[in-house]
Design a protein around this ligand. Structure first.
Ligand SMILES: Nc1nc2c(c(=O)[nH]1)N[C@H]1C(S)=C(S)[C@@H](COP(=O)(O)OP(=O)(O)OC[C@H]3O[C@@H](n4cnc5c(=O)[nH]c(N)nc54)[C@H](O)[C@@H]3O)O[C@H]1N2
Ligand SMILES: Nc1nc2c(c(=O)[nH]1)N[C@H]1C(S)=C(S)[C@@H](COP(=O)(O)OP(=O)(O)OC[C@H]3O[C@@H](n4cnc5c(=O)[nH]c(N)nc54)[C@H](O)[C@@H]3O)O[C@H]1N2
Ligand code: SF4
Ligand SMILES: [Mo]
Length: 859
């Protein structure tokens, strides 16, 4: 079978893939992002391309509808709102996961034809502080570095980035570089110990938001030790004295680090010419995010360490097309093609090119403000495209209410059920990854083609077409008469040419003559090009700017700082990764990492549930007691939604506090109180059919044999069998129930004929039984007696929670192999196969080996 060259739909590394409609996925050896490598999510993509859960027809008010009717309705409702309440009464909220062509068309429609800049995207939650920091320092939103810099550096500082889980192939590239050249030093700046920390020579466990104090301290140190590049500063940088002066007023101990840690980091940074500082959401998602970005950029500018081989600041993008979205101007405060909405010449030029009736002349509403405007009734028609704001925005329950308050809501989705789609008046079925064509740009400015390798199922259509068809119905058919994504791309490139008089970084001349269908992965402005080594920046005087940064004072609050982020094997609101059983098995339940001392103080034991709460909401999560998180901090992943859990989506705890410059929410900095959840019973279920997340606490996940669910209740049910039948949606089937009043244990098995279709165990304490074993029984002819025993049979060893998702190797299997003498990652691979496929689990294998080597010190 011939495989199609395409790119991964997940993270901003932008790995090239070879994919086939039978689910075959291989790393593309020719793609310069990954050279054939893959991570666990990429490798499991084949499990996510089935049609289960897909939205295949348009829906109006929950009923199947014809495309024409759905499109007419969207056009009419948008048109009515604009006529009655003006262009700013409508809005689009889009995503770094649509393709450049989709994004270009959406932006053109809103800014050029509707005449409002009320088009913002989930990049506001993701890259906005980096965009703003770049613009303040460089005059443009430019990423100077390229991936090769990671291999050429002598020091890599990873700030607020869990690269091992979130950009796994970059992590693999760095690991390989370090293995080949152990002199390469790695420093990890993160309040939490993560899988990434394992690779680091130094872990700087700062206080939340301690980054500006750290980098201001570094700048003052560089100035004090005469480590600045005075020549570069003189010719190419403004503002250096003010920045250094302000940095000297900062006490670097405010970062929460010790003097020794600071001294050794400062000396290492100052003494190493080739430094790459990689930063991500621990920097961006903060009330001081833009300042944190500029505190980092200041140090690179002050030393001229920018845009040279192995030497640069490097903001890595999260989503596959976060960078493409920035190029086409898909944020409320920028214009297309890196032009400025505030600049009348830029506006006039873009309007002339589009031949549009109008052009938005000022910034529109940024994400958090946009949904507040929904709540207050200002927005009359909203169109959400490829994002799930009712889960991913802060104050998520408030956002869900705000969406409900909008008179007309359209949602373009690939899935029939999402928390946001459930609130829509009209659902528009989009063709998804593997079914549509277009381009994406990765973290190093490289554009690659996403290519279809399957037909678009049902009535789904690509997003650029859906948007164009609505635009045509609003009366702008001539400007939106595209017949292919290639035409849209050509117009995007032509706009770049038409506006070339405005000097800036984005230059697409290399794409003017390309063969769109056969586009090979290409960087702008050209392959291998870095920015700024020549000292040429894009502020009016051609210089860069260092900014005086005031570092925030550390605060003692008496509550917990609520840090949030990601798991290795899940993607955002699980809309794709949640379909892959292999991925569901790694960290199958929503959890909160809590320090052992805090857990002891709150009487929280292993396996207990905890309630996190504050003025915005409440979440119930499994306590994961670990010193990976610091005292007075809890960490939880963002992935669980109302579709998989009854009480565990976490953004209803996130305060809608934003960075004043970028408008990016401080998604990692809310305050919560934590207490033990007083469950009267805990339960676990495995089932052939989907399990409904209902009741006080429920969290469900895909398994290799069907589904599994974790449950807890505040009061015991009157009838266990009735409860379990409703949880497992089992109206028929033969129930065998076992209840032991003395131990308060209940066990129920359901058979369909001989076949075991459901299993449920409940107890007054957290259920400790072997989950993987119970899951493995589903669909087999296991008898009720054996299933209810719930223990591993003599010939069945419980593998435990999955560590290696590719080859399905559990933690117990690995611990046994270590006990039997496997003392290295390679030896574990030989003994168990773990880590021998994509390698994403190697950081966790290393941690297991470390745990076995160093017994936990008694505290
Ligand atoms: N597996 C997986 N990979 C993904 C994604 C996914 O959903 N799943 N999503 C993609 C997307 S869109 C994005 S944006 C990226 C995000 O990639 P990352 O930014 O690497 O991921 P996060 O887990 O959000 O946060 C990174 C780290 O910031 C730390 N942190 C919290 N507060 C602070 C602070 O004040 N200072 C510092 N220095 N660190 C802090 C957290 O402890 C966390 O370990 O991942 C991309 N890749
Ligand atoms: N607390 C906390 N909150 C966070 C973060 C955090 O670290 N902590 N991180 C933030 C960041 S960085 C990000 S990027 C966001 C991500 O948050 P979201 O963007 O809300 O998350 P996704 O689940 O990726 O949503 C994408 C949706 O698009 C749909 N979709 C997929 N492909 C297509 C397509 O081709 N067309 C259409 N029309 N739809 C499609 C999917 O089914 C899914 O429902 O979350 C943010 N929220
Ligand atoms: S690192 Fe993994 S998730 Fe990211 S693009 Fe590559 S294969 Fe996809
Ligand atoms: Mo993101």
């Amino acid at each position: 079978m011939s495989l199609t060259k395409t790119v991964c739909p997940y993270c901003g590394v932008g790995c090239g893939l070879l994919a086939g409609p039978d689910g075959t996925i291989k790393g593309d050896p020719d793609h310069p992002a990954n050279f054939g490598r893959l991570c666990s999510k990429g490798a499991a993509l084949g499990e996510t391309i089935g049609l289960e859960g897909r939205l295949l027809t348009p829906k109006v008010a929950g009923r199947d509808a014809a495309w024409d009717d759905a499109l007419d309705l969207v056009a009419q409702k948008f048109g009515d709102a604009i006529r009655d309440h003006g262009p700013d009464s409508v809005a689009i909220y889009a995503s770094g996961q649509i393709l450049t062509e989709d994004y270009y068309v959406a932006n053109k429609l809103m800014k050029g034809f509707v005449g409002s800049a009320n088009i913002d995207t989930n990049s506001r939650l993701c890259m906005a502080s980096s965009v703003a920091g770049h613009k303040r320092a460089f005059g443009t939103d430019t990423v100077p570095a390229i991936y090769e810099d990671l291999e050429q550096a002598d020091l890599i500082v990873l700030v607020g980035s869990n690269l091992a889980w979130c950009h796994p192939v970059l992590h693999q590239r760095i690991s390989a570089a370090k293995a080949a050249r152990p002199a390469l030093k790695i420093v990890n700046v993160d309040p939490r110990k993560t899988a990434t920390t394992g690779l680091a020579d130094q872990h700087l466990r700062i206080l939340p938001d301690g980054d500006a104090a750290l980098f201001n301290g570094l700048l003052a140190h560089l100035a004090d030790t005469d480590a600045l590049d005075h020549d570069y500063l003189k010719h190419h940088v403004n503002g250096h004295s003010e920045a250094v002066e302000q940095a000297r007023l900062t006490n670097p101990l405010d970062s929460g680090l010790s003097q020794e840690e600071l001294d050794s980091f400062f000396a290492l940074w100052a003494g190493t010419e080739k430094v790459v500082t990689v930063y991500s959401q621990g920097v961006n998602q903060s009330g001081f995010g833009t300042d944190k970005v500029n505190a980092i950029l200041n140090c690179h500018l002050a030393t001229g360490r920018i845009g040279k081989p192995g030497c640069s600041p490097f903001s890595v993008t999260g989503q596959p097309n976060a960078m493409g979205g920035r190029e086409v101007g898909g944020l409320a405060n920028i214009l297309a093609n890196h032009l400025d909405i505030e600049n009348p010449d830029h506006r006039a030029s873009v309007q002339a090119f589009w031949q549009s009736p109008t052009i938005a002349s000022e910034a529109g509403l940024k994400a958090v403000d946009l949904f507040q405007a929904c709540a207050s009734g200002k927005i009359k028609a909203l169109w959400v495209i490829s994002t799930n704001p009712a889960v991913s925005l802060p104050d998520a329950d408030g956002v869900a209410e705000a969406i409900k308050a909008v008179p007309f809501v359209a949602v373009s989705e690939i899935n029939a059920r999402t928390d946001t789609g459930d609130l829509a008046d009209v659902l528009l079925p989009a063709a998804g990854w593997g079914e549509k064509n277009g381009t994406v740009t990765n973290s190093e400015r490289r554009m690659s083609r996403q290519r279809a390798f399957m037909p678009a199922p049902g009535e789904t259509r690509p997003d650029w077409l859906i948007i164009s068809q609505v635009a045509s119905r609003m009366g702008w058919g001539d400007a939106f008469s595209y017949s292919s994504p290639a035409e849209v791309f050509a117009e995007f490139v032509a706009l770049s040419k038409a506006t070339r008089e405005f000097e800036r970084d984005l230059d697409l001349s290399g794409f003017e003559e390309i063969d769109y269908d056969n586009l090979i992965p290409t960087q702008w402005p050209k392959n291998g090009q870095r920015f700024f080594a020549d000292g040429k920046f894009f502020h009016a005087d051609g210089k860069a700017k260092m900014l005086p940064i005031r570092a925030p004072q550390p605060q003692q609050r008496g509550t917990f700082t609520f840090n949030t982020g990601r798991n290795r094997d899940q993607w955002h609101t699980m809309s794709r990764s949640g379909k892959a059983p292999r991925l569901g098995a790694h960290l199958a339940e929503p959890y909160a990492e809590i320090h052992p001392d805090d857990a002891a103080r709150l009487s929280v034991g292993e396996g207990d549930l905890v309630t996190l709460s504050n003025q915005y909401g409440t979440s119930v999560l499994r306590a994961l007691i670990t010193d990976r998180t610091a005292k007075q901090q809890v960490f939880a992943p963002m992935h669980w939604t109302r579709q998989q859990s009854s009480a565990s989506w976490i953004n209803n705890l996130a305060a809608p506090v934003v960075d004043p410059v970028s408008g990016q929410p401080a998604s990692k900095m809310s305050q919560v109180t934590v207490k033990k959840y007083s469950a009267s019973w805990y339960g676990f279920a495995a089932s052939l059919d989907p399990i409904q997340p209902q009741g006080d606490y429920a969290a469900v996940a895909r398994t290799l044999t069907g589904w599994q669910g974790e449950f807890a209740g505040l009061t015991p049910p009157a009838d266990w069998e009735e409860l379990v039948r409703s949880l497992l949606s089992l109206e028929t089937g033969n129930a065998s129930l076992m209840r032991d009043e003395s131990t308060q244990q209940t066990r129920v098995a359901f058979h369909d004929g001989e076949k075991l279709v459901g299993l449920f165990y409940a107890a007054s304490e957290p259920v400790t039984l072997a989950r993987a074993y119970a899951v493995s029984l589903i669909g087999t002819d296991t008898s009720a007696l054996q299933a209810l025993a719930g223990r591993s049979g003599a010939d069945q060893v419980d593998p435990g929670a999955t560590v290696c998702a590719c080859l399905n190797v559990g933690i117990n299997t690995l611990r046994e192999a270590i006990a039997a003498g496997a003392g290295s990652i390679e030896a574990l691979g030989t003994a168990t196969c773990a880590g021998t496929s994509c390698g994403s689990c190697k950081p966790e294998l290393a941690r297991l080996l470390d745990e076995a080597r160093i017994p936990m010190a008694a505290e």
